[in-house]
Design a protein around this ligand. Structure first.
Ligand code: NCD
Length: 355
């Protein structure tokens, strides 16, 4: 459906729009055949993923020399970005900030609503609308599921629209984390994710990274997913339905040790106890869902160990020295993947080339 038709049909009423199936909403968040707002990982198809990874690879090499880095830093020197991160963040914030700086974008930030006019009673909607008066891009992380999408929805309707990138929305989605995760799978697994077994471990119920990553797997035929969690923290039904609809094989278990030998990639996650109502995760024995140094002998010589970070006890620090532990590289991949995405949104991706 065309963007304009969707705007007239359901685009006038937020609640109606919000409850519309994601596949029908996607045109609303694109312009001239190009992704404009980045909100859901369902927006990435295989061609776009391949393109963004090629741009990210190019950015890495071009910026190694000063002349290349200077040229790239001129590409968006006339643009400004707002980073509105009102939920804790270290690497998503820093990698976006540095991605902006690589491309020359100037940045402003709010990291705590207690320092914004929300403290004076301004609505979050008015606060984010204010950003569009000053900047050309909004990158945001917000605790309320759907609020990033709502921001993009009304930003598309104001006189001076600006693109919105989702840096993590509640328990919902974290599409650019999925982007950098798949970029890491491409860089670290020969032949990329296709045909591989990906084991996701931990809090699958409340972790937005594993949700967004699962959606992306529809682009990789032959991928098999294994979900490892305590019964209380299993993957939600909406994701399992999506996998069934797209014929992506998956199975669920609480026996991590038994699936380690078959994994090509192990994706560890943190227990998201900030969502506990009464400390319910504290009563769980989570040690069975930890990756310890002795497990390095059990996995294949080619298996990679990933983590969106931050970690607590899920991966023993002794594991870091092993070549198969790729999470620190994964973290750095995030900066390049996000810079590639921003360059694509502004249509300067094709100007990133070797001098
Ligand atoms: C993740 C997040 O915020 O969802 N962190 C990140 O962005 N790298 C994972 C987490 O907090 O556990």
């Amino acid at each position: 459906m065309k963007r304009t038709a969707l705007m007239t049909e359901v685009g006038r009423n937020w609640d109606e729009f919000h409850s519309t199936d994601v596949s029908r909403k996607l045109p609303f968040f694109s312009r001239e055949g190009r992704l404009y707002d980045c909100l859901f990982s369902q927006q990435f198809d295989r061609a776009l993923l391949n393109h963004l990874f090629a741009v990210a690879d190019r950015l890495r090499s071009v910026t190694q020399a000063k002349a290349g880095a200077d040229a790239v830093a001129r590409l968006l020197a006339h643009k400004r970005a707002m980073l509105y991160f009102v939920q804790p963040s270290t690497r998503t914030f820093l990698s976006f900030l540095n991605a902006c700086h690589i491309l020359g974008l100037k940045t402003s930030e709010i990291r705590d609503t207690s320092t914004s006019s929300e403290m004076k009673g301004e609505s979050p909607e008015d606060t984010v609308r204010t950003f569009s008066s000053y900047v050309d891009l909004i990158i945001m992380r917000h605790p309320t599921p759907g609020f990033v999408e709502k921001t993009a929805w009304f930003m598309n309707r104001v006189k001076r629209p600006v693109p919105v990138i989702n840096g993590g929305s509640g328990k919902d989605q974290h599409p650019t984390q999925a982007l950098l995760d798949v970029y890491t799978l491409h860089r670290s697994l020969p032949g990329g994710p296709e045909g591989k077994t990906l084991v996701m471990v931990g809090d699958l119920k409340r972790g937005r990274t594993v949700r967004s990553l699962s959606y992306l797997m529809k682009n990789y035929p032959g991928v098999k997913l294994v979900f490892v969690s305590p019964p209380q923290l299993r993957m939600e039904a909406d994701i399992l339905d999506f996998l069934k609809r797209h014929g992506i094989p998956y199975r669920e278990t609480d026996d991590f040790a038994s699936v380690m030998p078959e994994a090509d990639a192990i994706y560890m996650t943190r227990i998201q106890d900030e969502h506990d109502v009464a400390g319910e995760s504290k009563s769980l024995d989570l040690s069975r869902f930890h990756f310890r140094a002795e497990h390095l002998k059990v996995i294949k010589p080619t298996t990679i160990i990933m983590h969106p970070l931050p970690r607590r006890h899920e991966i023993a620090p002794a594991v870091d020295e092993d070549e198969r532990a790729v999470f620190w590289r994964q973290e750095r991949n995030g900066m390049w993947a996000r810079a590639a995405l921003i360059s694509y949104i502004f249509g300067v991706d094709d100007q990133i080339r070797m001098a």
